[in-house]
Design a protein around this ligand. Structure first.
Ligand SMILES: Cc1ncc(COP(=O)(O)O)c(C=O)c1O
Length: 474
């Protein structure tokens, strides 16, 4: 990803401001001094400072220089916590989900809707080359059916990488699937019967809710908060009250809020799973995309009895079109392997080999570091833009990883109406109603995806949304 020099410089300085290396009110180096320090031209520094000014991070004081502005983002409150746990429900199927999915891939719109990773990372070029190399050198056709668990080289790489999340498994403990959604589908099919109750955190990624509905299962929504994720206490209360069959959740950087569940809560959650003998489908699709140096542990890292089925995919760290995911199903391995065979007995080996090759390289870890840094910068820019353009009292989550954020609209603005009006103006968002089985629950919320670089067009889209949010206030 080759950014122009001025942009690299502005992002560097923005990072220093975020990390409090330059504090609010502090003077930045003079243009001439910075040009000398960084071995760049004076005009590059001036353009970088102008960019930082546009981003609302610094201000010019006449005859004095450039200073760090008080960060408006500190004033944005987090979305409100939903306290109660309503009884189990059938999920209402929503045409809206398919509309959002369809529109998000339509190039005529500016999409802030779907959670698709940025395509401006050089790892994709490497992936293309890996495909070419494997086509030339490996036998992937004429070998009949592959292993019933998926290709061995990929399972070996995944077992190696799992150690970073505190999970110790052998390649034989892993089953390759059609994406993360495919992995979760296998788990639900293998372990539940129609009519069973699945507990999920709320708000919850709409793809999972739709999947639960399609299998004739019911959901019970467990409240979560933007600091700690799903409430362990509320889950315990729900377990006491209802015959819950299984729990499904995203403890590392939930979608849509971006919350990271603390280790202590993960440990408590496992104790509760043991007490009630409930399996947990852990969706760790964003686990590699945290903004701190330490990759968070999976809940599975605390599980000694094989009761956690860890699901993930390369959709958020590489490319969703690969359609490659996996499950580490613990003690349910046989059931999952059989369910995979039922769903489809043939799986193409070529992409599995290409991804195994990419995962084996040090450049994949460099890619992850660069992606995390970009997403952190883009999150902060989103916070600034929302501060600048949305009405007062707008609330926004502050994700600790991934690339989606959850916004609570003020003044009872209807999010679905906002979605429809924004679409008319060429901007796609994900309206809150699709993130719950109760379409009224998140009627004043939207999810925004900030994976892509903040081009003028995308910044303007936030301006458009903010203006609409003012207009639509009843
Ligand atoms: C939390 C979560 N789980 C699962 C999925 C689906 O993943 P995949 O595309 O690998 O099937 C998504 C995609 O947005 C997601 O956000």
């Amino acid at each position: 990803m080759d950014l122009p020099l001025y942009k690299q410089l502005s992002e560097d300085i923005a990072g220093q401001i975020r990390r409090d290396i330059y504090k609010t009110g502090e003077k930045l180096p003079s243009v001439r001094k910075l040009a000398l320090q960084r071995h760049v031209s004076v005009s590059t520094v001036v353009t970088a400072y102008n960019t930082l000014e546009d981003w609302g991070l610094i201000e010019v004081r006449p005859k004095s220089g450039y200073y760090v502005r008080a960060q408006a983002r500190k004033a944005l409150a987090l979305p409100k916590i939903m306290q109660s746990t309503p009884p189990p429900k059938q999920v209402s199927s929503s045409q809206l989900v398919m509309d959002v999915m369809r529109d998000s891939s339509d190039p005529r719109y500016v999409s802030l809707g779907a959670a698709i990773p940025s395509s401006d990372f050089s790892i994709l070029t490497q992936l293309k080359k890996a495909f070419g190399q494997i086509v030339r050198t490996e036998s992937f056709l004429g070998i009949g059916y592959d292993s019933t668990k998926g290709s061995d080289p990929l399972r070996r790489q995944l077992a190696r990488r799992a150690v970073d999340s505190g999970v110790h498994v052998s390649p034989e403990d892993i089953v390759i699937t059609a994406g993360c959604q495919g992995a979760i589908g296998l788990c639900l099919r293998a372990l539940c019967q129609p009519g069973d109750i699945v507990a999920v955190e709320t708000p919850s990624y709409y793809g999972l809710l739709q999947l639960i509905e399609s299998l004739g299962l019911k959901v019970i929504e467990i409240p979560s908060d933007p600091h700690n994720g799903m409430s362990i206490e509320a889950f315990k209360l729900a377990l006491e009250q209802w015959p819950i069959k299984i729990l499904l959740g995203v403890p590392n950087f939930s979608n849509p809020v971006g919350t990271l569940m603390p280790d202590e809560n993960k440990q408590q959650l496992v104790s509760l799973l043991y007490e009630y003998d409930i399996p947990f489908i852990e969706d760790d699709i964003y686990g590699e995309l945290g903004y701190s140096d330490q990759r968070p542990k999976a809940v599975k890292a605390f599980d000694t009895k094989g009761q956690v089925l860890l699901c993930s995919s390369v959709s958020k760290v590489l490319e969703p079109q690969l359609g490659l995911g996996w499950v580490m199903p613990g003690r349910y391995l046989e059931e999952i392997e059989y369910e995979r065979f039922l769903s489809s007995s043939s799986h193409f080996r070529l992409p599995q080999l290409a991804v195994a090759e990419i995962l084996s390289r040090g450049s994949f870890d460099r890619h992850l570091r660069a992606a995390r840094e970009s997403y952190l910068q883009r999150r902060d820019r989103l916070i600034d833009l929302v501060c600048n353009y949305f009405p007062e009292n707008t609330r926004l989550s502050k994700p600790q990883g991934g690339f989606v954020a959850w916004l609570q609209l003020p003044n009872k603005v209807d999010a679905t109406q906002l979605y429809l009006e924004a679409k008319r103006k060429g901007v796609i968002i994900a309206p809150g109603e699709i993130f719950s089985s109760n379409p009224k629950k998140y009627r004043h919320f939207i999810r925004l995806s900030y994976a892509n670089d903040w081009t003028k067009e995308r910044e303007q889209a936030i301006n458009t949304l903010g203006a609409l949010a003012r207009e639509l206030a009843p």
